[in-house]
Design a protein around this ligand. Structure first.
Ligand SMILES: Nc1ncnc2c1ncn2[C@@H]1O[C@H](COP(=O)(O)OP(=O)(O)OP(=O)(O)O)[C@@H](O)[C@H]1O
Ligand SMILES: [Mg+2]
Length: 185
């Protein structure tokens, strides 16, 4: 794979690999490029939970995942619809935003268990509050706005990936390898 295969790879100078599972993004495009690395290796049945501050970049990251899967439509936050399906890529991407959900009983109604058994992968913003219900083997991605501001007046974003389970450990290895390949000189 070359950097040219990843959407947003032109932003690679603004993406930094701190360590395995720790990445720093200094632009929206770099956040999307990081998502592109995940989209390149995701498989049906994968569960990824995106946690972190409001405006930290979870949706932008998901846009990069969707683009890498081959879906051409822009990704917006499904805050009101709770779920959006992006299904014109190599497999469906089920994108949830559980910000407005407060009761685990509602999880079934929003279709998340069907999606987990579906033919695609699930990315769940604000899913950490329901992590126990969603599944043990998952990749957690925590987004954080760092201290200080870049030249564009925005703080850099730190993304910390934690694999919980054998399957997600494999996913993290593949994802990290993609990031390394993207950033390789
Ligand atoms: N590294 C970055 N530097 C500057 N801006 C960024 C960076 N990464 C993402 N952004 C921008 O930050 C804004 C908020 O991002 P986004 O909507 O993805 O956040 P979110 O985590 O999904 O928020 P919410 O919790 O409200 O759903 C977007 O305009 C996005 O392009
Ligand atoms: Mg969002």
């Amino acid at each position: 794979m070359s950097a040219a295969d990843v959407p947003g790879a032109d932003a690679a100078g603004l993406l930094e690999r701190v360590d395995r599972g720790r990445y720093r993004s200094r632009s929206p495009e770099a956040t999307a490029a990081l998502g592109g690395c995940l989209g390149g290796v995701l498989r049906a049945g994968d569960l990824v939970i995106l946690s972190g501050d409001l405006g930290a970049g979870k949706t932008r990251f998901t846009g990069g995942v969707s683009a890498a899967l081959g879906d051409v439509r822009p990704v917006t936050s499904p805050t009101f619809t709770i779920m959006a399906v992006h299904d014109s890529g190599r497999m469906p991407l089920y994108h949830f935003d559980l910000y407005r959900l407060d009761d685990p009983e509602q999880l079934d109604d929003v279709g998340i268990f069907d999606a987990l058994e579906g033919e695609g992968a699930c990315l769940v913003e604000w899913g950490e509050r329901f992590a126990d219900e969603l599944g043990d083997d998952r990749l957690d991605l925590a987004f954080r706005r760092e201290e200080g501001r870049d030249a564009d007046g925005e703080p850099a974003r730190l993304v910390v990936a934690t694999a919980l389970g054998a399957r997600s450990a494999h996913l993290l290895d593949d994802f990290d390898a993609r990031v390394r390949a993207l950033l390789a000189p």
